[in-house]
Design a protein around this ligand. Sequence first.
Ligand code: DAV
Length: 341
Amino acid sequence: MQEVIVGRVEGATVPKLTIEVQACIEKELWPFYRQFGGKPYQPDILQKAAAEIEELCRILEGEGVTVCRPDVVDFSKDYKTPDFEVPSGMYAAMPRDILMVVGNEIIETPMAWRSRFFEYTAYRSLLKEYFKRGAKWTTPPKPQMGEQLYDNSFFKEEYNGKYITTEFEPCFDAADFMRAGKDLFVQRSHVTNMFGIQWMKRHLGDKYNIHVLSFDDKRPMHIDATFTMIGPGLIIANPDKPCHQLSMFEKAGWKIVEVPRSVVSDQPPWWMSSKWLSMNVLMLDPKRVLVSSIEIPTQKMFEKLGIECIKVDMSYANALGGGFHCYTTDVRRRGTLESYF
Ligand code: DAV
C-alpha cells in the first residue's frame, strides 16, 4: 500500500435514531441513540479515540505509507433538504463507507443514512487534490432520501428478512463492496440496494465483474466484518454469518479461513457495531496486516497463515463502529489488474 486516507473522529455527532439507523443497530443500543441522537459523542471517549487514530497514522507512516486526512467538520449542524430533515450529521471517521477506489477512479458513494448525506464535504479538499493529480472523480446520483427510500413496514415483525431501504432510487455504501482485481463482490444490505448495485454494474462496464453475495445476517450493513479479503485467494470469514456462495470461491481455488471469536471486553462501549471488528483488518501488503493489539487469537490465526501482525490498540476508536478497514480507504496500492476468477 502506498497511500491511504485515514478518517477522523473530531466533530463526531451521534446520529438520530431514524428508521434506517434503527435497522442497522442492535436493539440494546436504541436507548443510547434516543438519548444522545443529534448531540456530540462523549468528549473523553472521542479524545482517546482521536489519540489512537493519530497513533495509527504514525504507524502507517512508519511503514512507508503516505497518510491523508479529511477536513475537520462540525457534524452537529441540522441537515435540511426539500426531502428530509435530521438534527445532525454523524462523522468523517469511516472513509471506507463513502469512498470507493477502482483503478484511477474515486467514487463518492450515495449512502443511505440521512445523517450521512453531507459527509462528503469533509473529503472534498482531498478529492479536488486527487482530481488535480489525475484521478477520475465520480459522484453517483445523490439519493433524495424522502419517505419512499425507506420501508415503513420494516419494524412490524421481529425479523422478516426484508431490508430497510426500498428500490426507490440507487443507494450504496462502499463498505458493502470488496474487490479482487477485476472482480467486485457486494452484498444487498440495509444501506446498499439492488438499484445501487445495478448502477455500479452499468457504470463500471465490461472491464469489471460484480458478483452479489449473501450471508446469514439479520443486520447486514458492510461486508468488512463478515467476509474480509486478505489477499489473492484468501478470505477470512465470520462463523456466525456463513456465506451462501462459498462454492464459487472454492471452485476458483480460494482458501476461506474462519476467524476466532473476539476477546475484547464491554468497556470502552460498543455504540455502533458488533465485536466482529476483530476481523476488520487492513492489509498493508499480502504479508503484513494491521490487527488489534488485544485480539491475540486473531493474531495467532494470521501468524499461522504466514502473515506478520502489526499490532495497534483501537479500543476507543472501535466504540464509533469501525476497525482498521472502516477507518481507512486505500488510495494507491502497487500491483497490476489481475483476474482471479
Ligand atoms: O459487525 O456490527 C460492522 C461493520 C462496520 N463497517 C458489525 C458490522
